[in-house]
Design a protein around this ligand. Structure first.
Ligand SMILES: Nc1ncnc2c1ncn2[C@@H]1O[C@H](COP(=O)(O)OP(=O)(O)O)[C@@H](O)[C@H]1O
Ligand SMILES: [Mg+2]
Length: 491
C-alpha cells in the first residue's frame, strides 16, 4: 500500500514549521500579558491540530497521484487502471494533464505499432525476394518470396549456407565493408531456372535494445539484399534475337535460290528455253514463298499491335467457315481430302474481327488438309457450349486423320517458326508462322486454343470463343494458350 510521501519524521517537522509562526505570535502575546499562558497553549494546540489535518489531507492526495504515476510508468498496454479521483484543484489539474498525456502516448504507440505491422506485411508480401543481413552476414529477416526461393531455414544463419555463390557472397561482403549499393545478375537453377538482378545496399540497423552488448541501441551496419526476377526480360530478348535470326534465315534460303537461278538463266541456260521454263517455275515458287512469309510476318506484327484491345465487330462464324472451305476446296481435292462442316443451322453472331477469325480457321483447316493422310476427311465441328455459372461459348474443332503430333512438341507448337518437320513444312509451302498467328488472334478474342493429338490417329485443334464480349474472357491472362496447348494432350 501507499508509502507516505513524507516520512513521519519529516511530517512532524513540517507540522512544527507550520505551527512556528502562530507559536511565536502567541508567545509574544503571552509575554506581553495580553493572553494567558494556558489560553495561548490551547490556541497553539488547536492551530497545530488544524495544520496537521490539512497537511495530511494534501499528503494523501499527493501519495495517490504519485502511486498512479508510478503505476503508469510500468503499465502494460492492456492495463486499464482508472486514475484516482483528486480532491483538490491542483490534483484535478495534474491528473487531467497526465490523462491527456497518457491518451496521446497510447494513440501514438498504436499508430507506430500499426505502421510497423504494415511495413512487415508489405515486406512479407513483396513479390521480389528480400533478405536483411546483419554486419556478420547473418540473415535477420527474409520475406516469404525469399524463404520460398532459399528455404525456410535461412533466417538466423550465415547467408553462405543458403546462397553458395562466391560472386554473390563477395559482393555482399564488399558492400558490408565499404558501404554503397551494388548489383549483379544472378542465375538460380533451383527450383526452376530463373535469372535475377541481385542488388545489395548497406544501411544502418538500429541495434536491438535488449542486446546485452548494445544497451544504447547504437546503429550497426547491415545489408539489404533484393532479387528482382528478370527471367521474362532475358527470355523475351532471346526470343527477339531468335526471331530475327529465324526470319532472316527463312528469307535467305529462297533468295539465294532465286539469285542462283537468275545467274543460271543469264549464263548456261541463256539459250535453253526448256530449262528456262523449268527454272522460272521454281523461281515463281520461291518468290511466292518469300511473299507468303512476308505476308505472315506482317500479319503477325499487325496482330501484336492490337492484341490487347478487344475486337469490336460482329462475326457470322458459319459464313467465315464456308468461306474458308471455298478457299481450300481445290487444295483439298488435290489430295482427295473431303472437307466436312458439322454445324448447327444457325449460330448467334459472336463478337470478333471477321478477317482475323478467317485467318485462324484458314490456318487450322489448311494445316489439317496438309497434314491429314490423302483421301481422308477433315471435319470442322461447331457447337455452342452453355454451362451454369459460365459465359456461353462457341467451340470450333478442326479434326484431321494425319499422323498426329508427338506430345513433346505440343507445348512449342505455337512458337514462331516452330515446326515438327521443317523440311516437310517448307515443301508444303508452310512458313511455320500459322499457329503463332492463330494463338495471338485467339488470345485477342479472349478465347482458348486446345491441341490434342494421338500419334497415328490424327490431331484436333479446338478454338473456344466467348459468345458475349466477356471482360475476363475464357483465357484470363494472355499467355494461357500455350499452357493449354501443353496441358491438353491425349497420349
Ligand atoms: N494438323 C496437324 N497435324 C500435324 N502437325 C501439325 C498440324 N498442324 C500443325 N502441325 C505442326 O505444327 C507446325 C506449325 O504449324 P504452322 O505454324 O501452321 O506452320 P506451317 O507453316 O508449317 O503450317 C507444322 O509445321 C507442323 O509440324
Ligand atoms: Mg500452317
Amino acid at each position: 500500500m501507499p508509502q507516505p510521501a513524507l516520512a513521519s519524521g519529516r511530517y512532524l517537522l513540517t507540522c512544527a514549521l507550520f505551527a512556528a509562526p502562530p507559536a511565536l505570535v502567541l508567545a509574544v502575546l503571552a509575554a506581553a500579558g495580553l493572553v494567558g499562558v494556558g489560553t495561548a497553549l490551547v490556541a497553539l494546540a488547536a492551530i497545530a491540530a488544524c495544520n496537521a489535518a490539512i497537511l495530511r489531507y494534501y499528503q494523501r492526495e499527493a501519495v495517490r497521484i504519485a502511486d498512479y504515476l508510478e503505476h503508469l510508468a510500468v503499465e502494460s498496454d492492456d492495463d486499464r487502471t482508472r486514475p484516482p479521483r483528486p480532491q483538490t484543484d491542483l490534483g484535478r489539474a495534474l491528473i487531467g494533464n497526465v490523462s491527456r498525456l497518457q491518451r496521446g502516448w497510447r494513440a501514438r504507440t498504436r499508430r507506430m505499432i500499426a505502421q510497423v505491422e504494415e511495413a512487415a506485411v508489405i515486406l512479407e508480401r513483396m513479390q521480389d525476394p528480400v533478405v536483411v543481413l546483419d554486419a556478420g552476414r547473418h540473415v535477420t529477416r527474409a520475406n516469404a518470396a525469399a524463404r520460398a526461393l532459399f528455404g525456410e531455414r535461412m533466417v538466423g544463419r550465415d547467408l553462405a549456407e543458403t546462397l553458395r555463390h562466391p560472386a554473390v557472397l563477395a559482393l555482399v561482403d564488399s558492400v558490408l565493408k565499404d558501404g554503397g549499393e551494388r548489383s549483379m545478375e544472378h542465375a538460380q537453377s533451383l527450383p526452376v531456372g530463373r535469372v535475377f538482378e541481385l542488388r545489395v545496399v548497406r544501411f544502418e540497423r538500429a541495434g536491438p535494445p535488449d542486446d546485452p552488448a548494445d544497451r544504447e541501441g547504437a546503429a550497426s551496419p547491415g545489408a539489404l539484399v533484393t532479387l528482382h526476377d528478370i527471367t521474362a526480360i532475358r527470355r523475351s530478348e532471346q526470343m527477339r534475337a531468335d526471331f530475327v535470326a529465324n526470319a532472316s534465315h527463312e528469307l535467305r534460303t529462297p533468295l539465294s535460290t532465286l539469285i542462283g537461278f537468275i545467274e543460271t538463266l543469264r549464263g548456261p541456260a541463256r539459250d535453253d528455253p526448256e530449262a528456262q521454263a523449268r527454272f522460272l517455275a521454281i523461281m515463281h515458287e520461291q518468290a511466292s514463298r518469300m511473299s507468303r512469309l512476308i505476308a505472315d510476318l506482317l500479319a503477325l506484327s499487325r496482330i501484336e499491335v492490337d492484341e490487347h484491345t478487344l475486337p469490336s465487330g460482329k462475326v457470322d462464324l458459319l459464313r467465315v467457315l464456308r468461306g474458308v472451305f471455298a478457299a481450300l476446296e481445290l487444295k483439298a481435292s488435290n489430295r482427295e481430302v473431303v472437307l466436312r462442316l458439322d454445324a448447327p443451322e444457325t449460330l448467334p453472331e459472336l463478337p470478333g474481327d471477321e478477317d482475323q477469325l478467317t485467318q485462324v480457321f484458314q490456318n487450322l483447316v489448311d494445316n489439317a488438309v496438309k497434314y491429314t493422310r490423302p483421301a481422308t476427311e477433315v471435319v470442322v465441328a461447331v457447337t455452342v457450349q452453355e454451362a451454369a455459372g459460365r459465359a456461353p461459348l462457341v467451340a470450333v474443332t478442326v479434326r484431321d486423320q494425319g499422323e498426329g503430333i508427338d506430345r513433346a512438341h505440343l507445348p512449342r507448337l505455337t512458337e514462331r517458326f516452330y515446326r515438327v518437320d521443317a523440311a516437310r513444312s517448307r515443301a508444303m509451302g508452310g512458313t511455320g508462322l500459322g499457329l503463332a498467328i492463330v494463338k495471338h488472334i485467339v488470345s485477342r478474342h479472349r478465347g482458348r486454343l486446345l491441341i490434342e493429338s494421338r500419334l497415328g490417329e490424327g490431331s484436333t485443334f479446338t478454338v473456344l470463343l466467348p459468345l458475349a464480349p466477356a471482360a475476363g474472357g475464357l483465357s484470363g491472362p494472355a499467355g494461357w494458350i500455350e499452357q493449354a496447348g501443353a496441358a491438353v494432350t491425349k497420349a
